[in-house]
Design a protein around this ligand. Sequence first.
Ligand code: DX5
Ligand code: ZN
Length: 218
Amino acid sequence: QKQIQIAPSILSADFSKLGTDIVMVDEGGADVIHYDVMDGHFVPNITIGPLVLNSIRKCTQLPIDVHLMIENADNYIPAFAEAGADWISVHVEACPHLHRSIQLIKGLGKRAGVVLNPHTPLSAIEDILPDVDFVLIMSVNPGFGGQSLIPSTLDKIARLKDLLIQKHLEHIEIEIDGGVKLDNIKQVIDAGTDIIVSGSGIYNTPDPKATIRQMKSI
Ligand code: DX5
Ligand code: ZN
């Protein structure tokens, strides 16, 4: 039985005190820091790049999970690796040469993940599965924090879990991103999720540390 990992998304942190907000979730028992990169092309929003990653790298010893929602990811993967990423994931919809992108991440010594938008079928990643360390299932349309979880994505996670067992690839971890909160985390875990990203579900609660502890106790 794998231990569930909680990955607060700093997209919902207060960027005027980003370091403090990262230390807070670290102290609260977070397992991973989720770092959302958006380019205004692949998704309709712009966030942060390698420069900010380099600054926050010194605030925590936790692994940093860089979720690239960008086009031309291959051009930027080395800079994120250099800036301190531990895990790097790329979207199947944004990478025409997905195998090359995944090998690039692994060649830099980082854990590699592939991400699927809510509408993208599992069949799109079947052939890349043996090459990845984790699969990130988007449970909202990427671009913004604070959206509601799309229920059909939980069924997709359950089907992915079955597929991994069938292919003897149980070591691959399943991550979910979008709309996960205390009130639906039980269903998310029951579907077969290993790593839970939560932005507003942690940072927009009165006591984020207590929220993480509660999430971990479920
Ligand atoms: C959405 C981002 C998410 C986002 C999740 O495009 O990839 O990581 O921060 O935020 P919540 O948990 O608020 O849906
Ligand atoms: Zn994300």
